[in-house]
Design a protein around this ligand. Structure first.
Ligand SMILES: *Cc1c(COP(=O)(O)O)cnc(C)c1O
Length: 338
């Protein structure tokens, strides 16, 4: 990581990155009016605790309940006409799969989502309800991904991956533009970190406009692939483990091209949390902020509550998503999570 006290070195690093700031501003124009401009709301409770203004960027308010709609919408709208006619494909069963199905339907583009036979029926139905064709193949995520590759080769479908794609990253980066517009005094941003599309995109926008803003990625302690990769200096695999922040699981890809270089150049720090700390974040969101937030979306709140990050000025937390099993949510809010 560069010396982030030095604005000139950041500007030089940004100029060298595999995704350009201009792609983020182009994405903002493309997706305007097709995704929500999620509200940035003050948290009185966290502001009081931290002694600095703390704001929540509520991406839970997107139509599919997560920020992933920004990247998916930008990637779909960036396709040329022949690619639109042939259609899209992905193997994601989570927030990206839903976002891509929604974006494709809005744009009138056919979409196929490949899933293994082990994916729970509620996830299958959620994607189907958004108008995508669901193809059940094999018994693992690898089998589903192999089907994606067959459809790309055989039918000329365009695969849109969940994070390591310039248009996806640029779409997520539009959050950074909105933060600087809405909170010009911004000093610190906490961003949930998995594959790094969200953190890489936001950091690209924020550091280009305001190199002095600290940008920190937040992951769970166990199975944090980007944190392990940054430490190793190259993309590495980690063992996937159960976590309350289920949207933060999974690897970054050993042949990662975009998000690893972005995160390496632009993140000031990565903070890791236990499941107990994440549960406290979910509980705080429900009890103090009146927001239903999934584990991945609560890590910014959790990092402040756990004292693992100290706010030193106006702070924005990216509340990235709200898709949590209601039964699990109720149990956590009641406090019987261990
Ligand atoms: C995908 C996702 C993340 C992580 O985004 P990356 O771009 O993979 O780092 C965080 N929160 C939620 C709710 C997500 O769906």
């Amino acid at each position: 990581m560069p010396d982030l006290a030095d604005a000139a070195s950041i500007r030089a690093a940004v100029a060298d990155l595999p995704v350009a700031f201009a792609s983020v501003t182009a994405a903002a124009g493309r997706i305007a009016g097709r995704v929500e401009r999620a509200p940035l709301v003050a948290s009185l409770n966290l502001t009081e605790r931290c002694g600095h203004p703390v704001h929540l960027k509520l991406e839970t308010r997107q139509p599919v309940g997560a920020f992933k709609l920004r990247g998916a919408m930008n990637a779909v709208l960036a396709l040329d006409e022949p690619a639109r006619r042939r259609g899209l494909v992905t193997a994601s069963t989570g927030n990206h799969g839903r976002a891509l199905a929604y974006a494709a339907r809005e744009a009138g583009v056919p979409a196929v989502v490949c899933m293994s036979a082990l994916v729970p029926l509620n996830k299958v139905e959620a994607v189907r309800a958004l108008g995508a064709e669901v193809r059940i193949v094999g018994r693992s995520q690898d089998d589903a991904q192999a089907e994606v590759e067959r459809l790309v080769a055989g039918r000329g479908l365009t695969a849109i991956p969940p994070f390591d794609h310039p248009d996806v990253i640029a779409g997520q980066g539009t959050i950074g533009l909105e933060l600087i517009e809405d909170l010009p005094a911004l000093a610190l941003v906490l961003i949930p970190l998995s594959g790094g599309g969200l953190a890489g995109g936001i950091a690209l926008a924020v550091k280009t406009l305001r190199p002095d803003v600290r940008v920190i990625g937040v992951s769970m302690e166990r199975g944090a692939a980007m944190a392990a990769s940054l430490k190793a200096g190259r993309p590495v695999d980690v063992t996937e483990e159960e976590t309350l922040a289920d949207s933060l699981g999974g690897g970054i890809g050993l042949s990662n091209r975009y998000t690893f270089p972005l995160c390496r150049a632009l993140l000031d720090e990565v903070v890791l949390l236990t499941d107990d700390e994440i549960a406290a974040g979910i509980r705080h969101a429900a009890m103090e902020e009146g927001e239903t937030v999934e584990g991945a979306g609560a890590v910014g709140i959790a990092a402040l509550l756990a004292g693992k990050v100290h706010a030193d000025g106006p702070t924005a937390l990216i509340v990235s998503g709200g898709n949590i099993d209601p039964t699990v949510h109720r149990r956590i809010v009641k406090g019987d999570f261990a």
